[in-house]
Design a protein around this ligand. Sequence first.
Ligand code: ATP
Ligand code: MG
Length: 343
Amino acid sequence: MTQNQASPSTAPAVPALSIRDLRKTYDNKVEALKGVSLDVAEGDFFALLGPNGAGKSTLIGIVSSLVNLTSGSVQVHGIDLRRDRSAAMRMIGLVPQEINFNTFEQPLDILVNYAGFYGVSRDEAIVRAEEELKRAQLWDKARMMSRTLSGGMKRRLMIARAMMTRPRLLILDEPTAGVDIEIRRGMWQTLREINAAGTTIILTTHYLEEAEYLCRNLAIIDRGTIVAQGPMRQLLARLDVEGFVLDIDGELPAQLPDIEGTIVVARDDHTLDIEMPRAMDLNRVFGVLDQAGIRVRSMRTKSNRLEELFVRMVAAGDAAPDDPGPAQVPDNTRTGTSAGGQA
Ligand SMILES: Nc1ncnc2c1ncn2[C@@H]1O[C@H](COP(=O)(O)OP(=O)(O)OP(=O)(O)O)[C@@H](O)[C@H]1O
Ligand SMILES: [Mg+2]
């Protein structure tokens, strides 16, 4: 709904963020980004997913001018970052990964001073601060020392601060890291409201359920390279394979049976991982296992679908020679050791 409120239908839509062949090599020679290209449409809610060290914060750091790029281009609403950095910056609100306000100041002052730094008048800043603190459910804490806020409140204060400049593009680097599920849900609600009111949102997260719940489009980044990107639904539809974990009665035989079209891997002596095409008949699988003397006590699906996609995409680039990996797993599949909910 919010995507098309901006431009008249004739003009081609200018993306909120457009990145082309972005590279970053740090002084220590680490290639954090190896040619990343992506577009985020105005009004979108976009997730950037990737394991630790993938390059998410580097990308966000470059877009928000905290990190210098090595090569490539970044445009914010059509404005080239290298050509007019301050104009691009004015459109961005940033919620960085680490809490970075002065915890000896009060929330109200933190917000008002921040807006003042960006040229918002004091009177206007006070009006906005009340609005933002109320939205963040921190209005009753406006005059407390922010050091005394809980971790979740501090994170909400970071979002409130970023909104003080009324950014067109809000970028959040793991906004809900370490926040319990109830507070996380509250933050999701806030972010949805902000997005519904027209602000484009990009967030990085390790919580795949968060991305699945909030975001319409996503990119998965691994070791400085985008390994998948597109609409959430379309990417999930690519998953024509299902994974199951089977608990086995007794011990598994040394030699596992071959089941055509599936990948069967022993997770331990009593547990099997099976991947099979969605359309495949489970009875056939059980039949072969039964013949091999393997009795299935219980089964569960391996993980949620986005996690599955994530593991698959990240594993696809995972052929490093020093990575022993599961020996007989072909191509882009891996055993699901990361079924714990976070990647
Ligand atoms: N200032 C720096 N100097 C040198 N190397 C850096 C610097 N910042 C990040 N790196 C390296 O760049 C790579 C990407 O790091 P980055 O922080 O962008 O990853 P990330 O995806 O945000 O990870 P995480 O999920 O752990 O926050 C890593 O190998 C990291 O060690
Ligand atoms: Mg990071």
